[in-house]
Design a protein around this ligand. Sequence first.
Ligand SMILES: Nc1ncnc2c1ncn2[C@@H]1O[C@H](COP(=O)(O)OP(=O)(O)OP(=O)(O)O)[C@@H](O)[C@H]1O
Ligand code: SF4
Ligand SMILES: [Mg+2]
Length: 335
Amino acid sequence: MTVDGALLLDVDGLTVEFNGPNGWVRAVEDVSFQVHAGEIVGLVGESGSGKTVTSLGVLGLTRAQGGRMPHGRVVFEGTDLVTLDDKALNRIRGRRIGMVFQQPIRSLNPAFTIGEQIAETIRHHEGISRSDAWARTVTLLDKVHIPEPAKRARQFPHEFSGGMCQRAMIAMALSCSPSLLIADEPTTALDVTVQAVVLDLMREIQAETGVAILFISHDLGVIADMADTVAVMYAGQVVERASVEELFISPRHPYTAGLMAAVPRVGQGRQLVAIEGNVPDPGNYPTGCRFHNRCEHAVAMRCDTDLIPLLPAGEAHDSRCVRTSELMLEGVVVA
Ligand SMILES: Nc1ncnc2c1ncn2[C@@H]1O[C@H](COP(=O)(O)OP(=O)(O)OP(=O)(O)O)[C@@H](O)[C@H]1O
Ligand code: SF4
Ligand SMILES: [Mg+2]
């Protein structure tokens, strides 16, 4: 894993709105982060914090859901994807940016064999012959450790276990050698042992191919394991950004510290403290700091009035908290 590579994806001020019964609401606002070649960037936050909308926004897929993007740029390999039409975006999705979604079974078509689906993706983007696409499909299935890949390629999704479906999805996402893989909760639907196997596989493939990964999870433990740098999301905003070591040793936002306190740690025997309350829905965000009604460090008139920007909190470390320099928050040591 490296963060020395060239800038690959520059998400700057991404804002996504959806039209609801009370008009347009902002699901994601002013989200900025970068992914460099070969880097694994973790996007973490509780359910409803805006992780999926951010990834769909990056891929231009929120349009199909009736969403609009009033602000923001998504510069990928030098091109602002926000300015592209669907046809141009389709040439990038699947070819330069691979995608793995949370529910593999929903992303695979039950009417076609696994091999047909992967080979078709390759042919769609690269226009190579059927036999070459099939040969590459079998090699890819082998790469993601599907046993007897030539035989398995002829099977349908329902003949694959959940873990195998997810590995097939990873094979499909990597089939055109993308420079970026977006993986949205790629292991959440799997049981814990299968989850560990798939995470190992993703790390192995990353080391072998050098593909950069935007890795999305609500699980800070998984993020600690996978990511080089991390963006923490809350209520549609990035509230903290830092390298994984820096973030875990020295969190600077109370929300991040709260998430850390709720991660189980081996041998500590201490009680887990979940953050009380829930992520507010878009359209119901509180004024000021969106976390202030759940934050034990909140101060009236400072935290609940003005919108708070991401502020520098150290070298390559930012936090959306007005009390960052005053608070001593507890971190954890990453093994
Ligand atoms: N198409 C849509 N129309 C309206 N609101 C939406 C739409 N998609 C998402 N939202 C809202 O945007 C907010 C962020 O949703 P998002 O799916 O990005 O959360 P998430 O962080 O991915 O959560 P989870 O961990 O549960 O996957 C949620 O309140 C959700 O209800
Ligand atoms: S700005 Fe105030 S309410 Fe928000 S995280 Fe910081 S201390 Fe808590
Ligand atoms: Mg999601």
